[in-house]
Write a protein that binds this ligand. Structure first.
Ligand code: ACO
Length: 364
C-alpha cells in the first residue's frame, strides 16, 4: 500500500466566513471543532487535485503508472456525470487500460473503493488498484446556508492497494453497509443563488457556478444521531470479525465529520479520544477524502507502528457506512501540500518500532 494526499493551498478561516455569513468562529468551533478549511482556487479542477494525490500515492508506493491495472475514484463533488473521474484520471496518469470507474458512497467512498479493490485483487481481476477520493466541496455548498457552508473543506487522498504479498499495511477485515431509507437526512437540492448583499461581498469560491448546479442539504441532528451510532457499531463489528477486543485497536481513523461526533462516539466505545485521529480543526469535513488525509497525517506524526491494528471508519450520505481494519506495515506516504507553511511533517524522526516510510514532500 502507498498513500498520497493533496490539498489546495488556500486556507479559509472561520473569521473569513464571519465576514460574509451570519455565523461566528465561536459557534463553529464549539459545535464542530473546525477552525479553518482549505478551498480550491478558481482555476484548480477536481481532476487536477485528484491527479496530484494519485501521483503522490504512486511515488509513495514506488510504482510507475504502468503498474496500476484498475482505477477507482470517489467524489461527491464531481463536475460531470460522465465520463467518470476515474476514466479521466486513468488517461491523465497514463495507466494501462484496465477497469476505471467511480463509486458513489458519499463520505464512505474511499472505504467502498478499498473494499472493491481488495475484492478485485482476491478474485484475480486486478493486481494493483489505485483508489482516489477527491473533493471540491466548496463548489457544492450554498454559501448563504450557514448550517452547511461552515462544515466542509476541499482535498484529496489516494491509496495504492496491492495483493497481500506486496509491501505496506494489510487489510485484516472489512465492513460495508447502506440504509437508503435515511437518504433524506443528507442530500443535494437545486441551487438557487441568493441576491448578493452589497455590504457583505462574498469571495469567488462562494459565488461561482456550483458543480452540477446542486448544493448540500442536511438535517444536522439526524446526521449526528446516525454518525455517532454507526461509528460505534462499525468498530465493534470489525473487532468481532477479527476476533479481537476493541482496546487492542491502536488507532481509530474515523471520517472527519466534526469533533463532537468523534468525541461522542469515542465515549460510547469507551476508547480514549487520543486513540482517535482528528484533523477536522484544520481541514474541516473533506467528505470521502477525509480518511486517506487523516491516515497520511497519522503516519506522518508517527502514530502508526509496525504490527498495530488501525481501524478506518466511514459514514455518510446514502446513508452509507464502511470500515477497514488494517495490520500496519511500513507504508510510504507522500503529502502534496503547497499550503503547509509549517512543514510539520519534515520534523519527523523515526522511533523504535515505528515504520520508516519513504517520504518526500512535494511543494507547490
Ligand atoms: N452559525 C451560527 N448559528 C448557526 C449556524 C452557524 N453556522 N448553523 C446553525 N445555526 C443556528 C441555527 O439556526 C439554530 O438557531 P435557532 O435556535 O435560532 O433556530 C441554532 O444554531 C441551533 O441549530 P442546531 O441545528 O440545533 O445546532 P446543533 O447544536 O444541532 O448543531 C450541527 C448543528 C453542528 C450541524 C450538529 O447538528 C451536527 O454536528 N450534526 C452533524 C452534521 C455534520 O457534521 N455533518 C457533516 C456532514 S455529514 C457527514 O460527513 C457524514
Amino acid at each position: 500500500m502507498g498513500i498520497g494526499t493533496s490539498l489546495p493551498a488556500t486556507r479559509v478561516s472561520n473569521f473569513e466566513i464571519e465576514s460574509f455569513l451570519d455565523t461566528s468562529d465561536e459557534w463553529i468551533q464549539s459545535r464542530t471543532g473546525i477552525r479553518e478549511r482549505r478551498v480550491a482556487e478558481p482555476e484548480l479542477t477536481l481532476l487536477q487535485l485528484a491527479a496530484r494525490a494519485a501521483r503522490a500515492a504512486l511515488q509513495a508506493a514506488d510504482l510507475d503508472p504502468s503498474a496500476i491495472d484498475a482505477v477507482i475514484c470517489s467524489s461527491s463533488s464531481p463536475d460531470a456525470t460522465f465520463p467518470s473521474l476515474a476514466c479521466r484520471l486513468q488517461a491523465e496518469l497514463g495507466c494501462p487500460h484496465g477497469p476505471a470507474f467511480d463509486v458513489q458512497a458519499a463520505c464512505s467512498g474511499a472505504i467502498y473503493g478499498m473494499a472493491l479493490a481488495q475484492s478485485m485483487i482476491q478474485s484475480g481481476l486486478s493486481r494493483t488498484v489505485l483508489v482516489v477520493a477527491a473533493e471540491i466541496f466548496s463548489r457544492v455548498l450554498d454559501w448563504s446556508d450557514r448550517s452547511t457552508a461552515v462544515l466542509f473543506g476541499d482535498g484529496a487522498g489516494a491509496l495504492v492497494v496491492g495483493s497481500s504479498n506486496q509491501e505496506g499495511a494489510q487489510i485484516v477485515a472489512l465492513d460495508l453497509g447502506a440504509d437508503g431509507g435515511g437518504a433524506w437526512a443528507l442530500d443535494t437540492i437545486r441551487y438557487h443563488p441568493i441576491k448578493q448583499e452589497p455590504a457583505r461581498l462574498r469571495p469567488e469560491y462562494a459565488t461561482s457556478d456550483r458543480a452540477m448546479d446542486r448544493v448540500v442539504h442536511m438535517d444536522g441532528r439526524e446526521v449526528f444521531r446516525f454518525s455517532t451510532k454507526i461509528l460505534e457499531q462499525i468498530v465493534l463489528r470489525l473487532a468481532g470479525a477479527a476476533r479481537i477486543e476493541v482496546d487492542q485497536i491502536a488507532l481509530i481513523v474515523p471520517h472527519q465529520a466534526n469533533s463532537r461526533i468523534l468525541g461522542t462516539a469515542a465515549g460510547r466505545l469507551g476508547v480514549p479520544f487520543d486513540r482517535f485521529t482528528c484533523n477536522v480543526d484544520r481541514l474541516g469535513n473533506t467528505s470521502s477524502a477525509s480518511i486517506p488525509l487523516a491516515l497520511a497525517e497519522a503516519e506522518g506524526q508517527g502514530r502508526c507502528h509496525t504490527g498495530d491494528l488501525v481501524c478506518l471508519v466511514a459514514f455518510g450520505a446514502g446513508l452509507t457506512w464502511g470500515g477497514v481494519l488494517l495490520r500496519w506495515q511500513p507504508t510510504g506516504v507522500v503529502v502534496d501540500d503547497p499550503g503547509d507553511l509549517e512543514k510539520s511533517n519534515q520534523s519527523l524522526s523515526d522511533t523504535e518500532g515505528r515504520s520508516t516510510p519513504r517520504r518526500e514532500e512535494i511543494s507547490g
